[in-house]
Design a protein around this ligand. Structure first.
Ligand code: NAP
Length: 494
């Protein structure tokens, strides 16, 4: 029986939309884009907490083929990203292919197509399955004794309750990652008391954020080449940071030390109390975990009603939090800025059963986390897994998305030129790619830096840094456009 769709794409965020645009360019019309949320935009639909903004310059954090001249700031607020996602969906005619509030539970390869199971019992079939479920999409709830007994308001940052007023409340924030860094100054503005529970400090550098004046926005709109030049400059700086700070740590250790000094100086300028500075200073190498930018995070802790707690949380009861030193803090509101679970629940986000009953999640866990060029896996024909180990390339997620679009372009054109409609990466190509990535990780900050105390989600449960692709983005783009087609086997479905 023929599949109902050319392709099912799971996820209507920027990754899923990029894949859909590429498939359309390749001539596939019958697409179904499924998303568990009630609207498109992925991360930028789900995250709505106060202070949300992109932490990569906006001219770089967008599709290169769809520049937005109207970003209001160098680091645009989250709501503008959501609007941009809506614009892209409308302009490229993707909305009609999208179905929301649809939870995909699993997908099985039946020998010629993918059978995609949807919560509630429905099944759809597609020739190709593309998973674009994101890296940071499964919220992590902390496993703290008694948390379920707390009688006040509990909010995870991915489920912000706009109707809840924090004004005058005694609030607690658990976590000091990039999300908390944006959120804490906003809560500090309104809460009566704010206690921040920090387990691991974060490297924070000054944020060179500016409003983009209207005349400049108009100039970008009239002269796209100017904006392209700005994008290129931004991408080059990010690339330099990635190469020197992460990928080629062996050669550029000095660059990390400079970055650390830069962040320490920022802290020194903003916080005069040496004890508070000590608590806010990381003891792991810059780059082991995602650093961030902020001009108002550190000063928040100098306000009399904001307290930094570094003793570990022992338990939570009906009305407060108790730390290991026995101190109890009464609170009304518990904000969980505890991030995301990548390695237990995300790789992959749905159950995927390939050829001969091979279970992708089990295979990754029994073997190593791996995927050829971060997109395809042997034993899984016609599957493109966009959020795979070693897929995240560079600092802006759009670099990854556009590399993957190039890979799709070459793969599908190569397949069709051979009169085929089924592709599968070979075991040999996958193994060679994995060996190469493992070797390259050996040069990176993850292997050579002091990362033991970073608690970084870049590392999986086996202590391997298998999230980021440890190469330059130039090399990632080149390989996406030129990988040997012999790395795949092609066939015609029976
Ligand atoms: P995160 O970086 O994983 O931070 C989670 C925080 O919660 C960490 O400080 C963690 O401490 C703490 N935590 C988790 N479980 C805990 C527990 N049981 N007890 C105490 N503390 C606990 O998550 P995030 O801040 O949401 O950021 C995730 C990523 O999203 C960022 O790295 C960034 O890539 C992205 N992001 C981007 C933007 C943007 O572009 N605008 C904004 C925000 C986030 P440990 O470190 O000790 O585990």
């Amino acid at each position: 029986m023929d599949a109902q769709y050319d392709a099912v794409i799971v996820g209507a965020g920027f990754g899923g939309m990029g894949a859909a645009i590429q498939l359309r360019r390749l001539g596939y019309r019958d697409l179904l884009i499924l998303d568990r949320e009630d609207d498109l935009g992925g991360t930028w639909h789900v995250n709505r907490y106060p202070g949300l903004a992109v932490d990569i310059p906006s001219s770089t954090y967008s599709y290169s083929f769809e520049p937005n001249p109207y970003w209001s700031r160098l680091f645009a607020p989250g709501a503008e990203l959501k609007k941009y996602a809506e614009h892209v969906a409308d302009k490229y005619g993707l909305r009609a292919s999208m179905r929301f509030g649809t939870v995909v539970t699993g997908a099985t390869w039946d020998g010629s197509s993918w059978r995609v199971s949807i919560e509630g019992g429905e099944t759809v079939t597609a020739k190709y399955l593309l998973t674009a479920t994101g890296f940071l999409s499964q919220p992590k709830m902390p496993d703290i004794e008694g948390i379920e007994k707390f009688a006040g308001k509990v909010i995870h940052t991915t489920k912000w309750d706009d109707s809840y007023d924090l004004a005058g409340k005694r609030a607690a924030v658990i976590g000091t990652g990039a999300t908390a860094v944006q959120l804490i100054p906003e809560i500090a503005k309104v809460a009566a008391e704010l206690t921040v529970y920090q387990r691991t400090p974060i490297w924070v550098s000054p944020k060179p954020d500016y409003a983009v004046p209207k005349p400049l926005q108009q100039a970008f709109a009239k002269l796209p080449l100017v904006q392209r030049a700005v994008r290129m400059a931004g991408s080059s700086i990010l690339e330099l940071m990635m190469i020197s700070g992460v990928v080629q740590y062996r050669q550029f250790r000095g660059a990390n030390r400079i970055a650390e000094r830069w962040c320490r100086a920022h802290l020194y300028r903003q916080v005069r109390d040496p004890q508070l500075r000590r608590k806010l200073t990381p003891d792991y190498s810059f780059g082991c975990k995602r650093p961030t930018f902020s001009n108002d995070y550190f000063p928040s802790f100098t306000r009399p009603h904001v307290h930094l707690e570094t003793n570990s949380i022992e338990r939570i009861d009906e009305t407060g939090i108790v730390t290991a030193d026995g101190k109890r803090t009464e609170i009304d509101t518990l904000v969980l800025a505890t991030g995301f679970n990548l390695w237990d629940t995300n790789f992959p986000a749905i159950e995927i059963i390939g050829r001969d009953g091979k279970n992708l999640g089990k295979w990754w866990r029994d073997n190593r986390f791996q995927a050829y060029e971060g997109v395809t896996v042997p034993g899984f024909p016609n599957l493109v897994s966009l959020n795979s180990p070693y897929s995240y390339s560079g600092l802006s997620y759009f670099t990854t998305i556009e590399c993957q679009m190039k890979h799709l372009d070459r793969l599908f054109k190569g397949m069709r030129a051979r009169g085929s409609d089924v592709f599968e990466v070979t075991q040999r190509a996958n193994d060679e790619f994995l060996d190469r990535m493992k070797h390259k990780v050996g040069h990176s900050v993850f292997a050579l830096g002091q990362c033991a105390t970073a608690n970084s989600y870049y590392f999986n449960q086996h202590g391997e840094a298998t999230l980021l692709r440890p190469t330059s983005t130039i090399s990632a783009h080149r390989e996406a456009a030129r990988f040997p087609l012999e790395d795949y086997s092609f066939a015609r479905a029976v």
